[in-house]
Design a binder for this molecule. Structure first.
Ligand code: ADP
Ligand code: ZN
Ligand code: ZN
Length: 719
């Protein structure tokens, strides 16, 4: 009887594929990567179960070509986690499994990680090689004293003996320098504050089993310090820690901090800013490492001794992937913790309402830090500048300028926050009212003066700045509104003595963060101008003023999460001001000073505002009190996109407690020449919604006429 193997392949099809497993390939462990013929091509797939028979006639089954044994099989826990994602996000299992691999390991080209160290294994410590294998015994003895570098072994012509020890399981190749036990930290842990100690007293006993714990701590309250101590306890128990962070930009900083605290430990980082080779190597090294620090994709990394998952800045939208498998790494982390019986610690100064609601209702343990760790550090005063009564000159008011001038005179630093990069949001013709449209999107082209271009921030379209109005020929075009480039220019004109640095996606490469940090700490910068990138966990002790310009759009946005997001952003930016021994000040220019958001912000009252928002959401049946799924459709015409969704709605199963809303154009109705529409499904019961989508999804494949693209977004964050 032929042996049949089920293989998951990276296809859009919701099914697995049967292959015949030739006897000479031997048994194949589930999770192994195999190369198989698929149509006219060869593909890499993940081997799953062995079957005894197949629906396909034996003669038509094709053979597995080979097993890729240069890389480890995906572990059972990753297979299980991928299956959870397939069920929860209604996405093909094969596509998920292949996406968990770093790109370099998704193709068949053999990969040899650079593993320069030969290290004795636990089995090797106790092993007794036969007396006649003298050279092997000698090498094993040497390894018990100290690991040996590959180059040294090669020089001593020990390669064959090394291979024999590895084959016997007594030694292994490791990429990272060996662990030094009891290496003294180059940076000692500070004594815990009373609040931190109280938090540890609750968190430490919870290690060792699944549970979700929310550390809600104001900026500077020492959440990172808590993570470090929890990780320390987990490592001491011989387990591993996975730390998920939102931004690539912050990885080097945090990695350095971790290395100083855990010098003898193996710390690997994973994020998309690494080269493909480095990603593959770090992924391969992670299972034998101690700490894995990474952005959302690292939630799928095999870690056989996982003992703790930390999700820092858990509210951050970058944990949600916005294409392909639209997963939330935070939610997948919780699923993983549950499957592996491992605690999950979420941390934030401004938790998402989804998380906060669970903490308030007691499903998650809520641990609060209400004071800054460095006792002198005070929370800043937050003042509003009322734009209805105070005139604006080039985006700045007189009180704002005065505050900048005063701060500069005291030799302290300021931060000016404007969430719009580029020179101006659009180019405008005063004579015919032409406003630089993107030819491919329902959006304006943004004026980038330094590169002399108009750019679309949605589809990437760019063109040079036209010498005259393309519509009426008027040569006198004007910049409309303020972007960070223009703000930088305005500030330089008002404050010629100030050293100004702009930070946004146009100026920052991941490596530039470390350099920027040094420049700010070294006092080489007086004013930092930037977008929301500035709001992320930087700690600049001499930064005493935060100036926030033009955030009013979010106050009355149709997006029901806009105020939650704005509040979080403002809290984070405010947290940048006055972190050390100097009091800080925050100035917000707004035309709506009476909006309740500001009242809570001025009192630094996250909980108060969160409860207000939760009450609103409850009233309106919005998340977190309901769950949503969005069916997104893209087509060359809006009619086609809407028609597709109407067909889809007509095929919706009749499930109690699930509401299907009407098809509607997306808020950004056109991107890159495709019209976009969406259909919202909502239910107060997660399981009912899941069951609904499970029945519904297969129907969507058969809708005619076909459109360019459709996708399901479970728990959508962006509409
Ligand atoms: P958060 O992550 O909550 O914003 P951090 O962990 O970065 O806060 O801590 C803020 C600052 O306080 C850092 O400079 C940190 O070194 C310091 N800090 C944290 N805990 C302590 C402590 N127990 N004693 C002294 N300083 C501390
Ligand atoms: Zn014109
Ligand atoms: Zn565009």
């Amino acid at each position: 009887m032929p042996s049949i193997l089920q293989v998951a392949l990276d296809t859009p099809l919701y099914r697995l594929f049967d292959y015949r497993l030739p006897a000479q390939l031997g048994p194949v462990q589930p999770g192994s990567l195999v190369e198989v013929p698929f149509g006219r091509t060869l593909q890499i797939g993940v081997a799953l179960e062995r079957q005894h028979d197949s629906a396909i006639v034996a003669g038509k089954l094709r053979d597995v070509i080979r097993v890729l044994d240069d890389r480890p099989a995906l572990s059972p826990d990753i297979l299980r986690l991928a299956q959870f994602c397939a069920d929860y996000y209604h996405y093909p299992l094969g596509a998920i499994l292949l996406a968990t691999l770093p790109p370099r390991l998704r193709n068949a080209t053999p990969f040899a990680a650079d593993t320069p160290w030969l290290v004795v294994t636990e089995a090797g410590q106790a092993a007794e090689p036969p007396t006649r294998a003298r050279a092997q015994r000698a090498l094993l003895d040497a390894l018990r004293a100290a690991p040996l570098a590959r180059a040294t072994l090669r020089e001593q012509k020990q390669g064959r003996h090394a291979a024999a020890l590895v084959a016997a399981g007594w030694a292994e190749w490791l990429r990272l320098p060996p662990v030094v036990d009891h290496a003294p930290p180059t940076q000692a842990a500070p004594a815990a504050t009373a609040e931190q100690q109280a938090a540890l007293d609750r968190l430490l006993p919870a290690l060792g089993q699944f549970g979700v714990h929310l550390i809600h701590g104001i900026t500077g309250s020492g959440k990172t310090e808590l993570y470090l101590r929890l990780i320390d306890a987990v490592l001491a128990a011989g387990r591993q820690a996975l730390v998920l962070i939102p931004e690539i930009a912050l990885t080097p900083q945090l990695e350095q901090h971790f290395r100083r605290r855990f010098p003898g430990r193996r710390i690997a980082a994973l994020h998309s800013g690494l080269s493909e080779t480095a990603r593959a190597e770090n992924w391969l090294a992670a299972p034998t490492g101690d700490i894995l620090l990474g952005t959302r994709l690292s939630v799928f990394t095999p870690l056989p001794r996982l003992g703790l998952i930390v999700v820092d800045e858990e509210h951050d939208a970058s944990f949600k992937q916005q294409d392909g498998l639209r997963y939330s790494a935070r939610d997948v982390a919780i699923a993983r913790g549950k499957q592996s019986n491992v605690p999950v610690v979420l941390g934030s100064a401004t938790p998402s309402l989804e998380t906060y609601a669970q903490a308030v209702n007691g499903r998650y343990q809520l641990v609060e830090l209400k004071q800054r760790a460095i006792s002198q550090a005070q929370l800043p005063d937050i003042e509003l500048v009322d734009l209805k009564h105070i005139p604006v000159d080039n985006g700045l008011t007189r009180p704002a300028l005065q505050a900048l001038t005063d701060t500069l005179a005291r030799g302290e630093q300021s931060l000016v926050f404007l969430n719009r990069r580029g020179y101006a949001p659009a180019l405008y013709c005063p004579s015919c009212a032409w406003v630089s449209p993107c030819p491919r999107c329902s959006a304006r082209l943004v004026l980038h003066r330094t590169s002399h271009r108009l750019k679309c921030h949605h589809c990437g379209f760019e063109t040079r700045i036209p010498p005259e109005c393309p519509s009426c020929g008027n040569p006198d075009l004007k910049a409309l509104g303020q972007g960070t480039q223009r703000l930088e220019e305005t500030l330089a004109a008002f404050l010629p003595a100030a050293r100004i640095r702009r930070i946004d996606r146009d100026t920052m490469r991941p490596r530039a963060w470390a350099e920027l940090g040094e420049a700010v700490h070294g006092g080489e910068i007086d004013i930092l101008v930037g977008t929301q990138m500035l709001a992320k966990g930087h700690d600049f002790p001499n930064m005493t003023l935060a100036l926030i310009l033009d955030t009013d759009g979010a106050l009355y946005s149709p997006d029901f999460r806009a105020t939650e997001r704005l509040f979080a952003q403002l809290m984070q930016v405010a947290g940048r001001a006055g972190r050390a021994d100097k009091p800080g000040r925050v100035l917000i220019q707004t035309a709506f000073p009476d909006h309740p958001l500001f009242r809570y912000l001025q009192r630094h009252d996250y909980a108060g505002y969160a409860h207000t928002l939760l009450a609103e959401r409850k009233q309106l049946d919005l998340p977190p009190f309901t769950r949503q799924v969005l069916l997104r459709a893209e087509a060359t015409t809006m009619d086609a996109a809407l028609a597709f969704l109407q067909h889809a709605a007509a095929r919706a199963p009749d499930t109690a407690g699930v509401s299907v809303f009407g098809a509607a154009p997306a808020p950004m109705a056109r991107v890159a020449n495709l019209e976009r529409a969406q259909l919202l499904i909502q239910s107060a019961q997660r399981l009912a919604l899941q069951a609904f989508v499970r029945d519904w999804r297969p129907q969507l494949d058969s809708i005619k006429p076909r459109i360019a693209r459709w996708s399901l977004d479970v728990d959508p964050l962006v509409f």
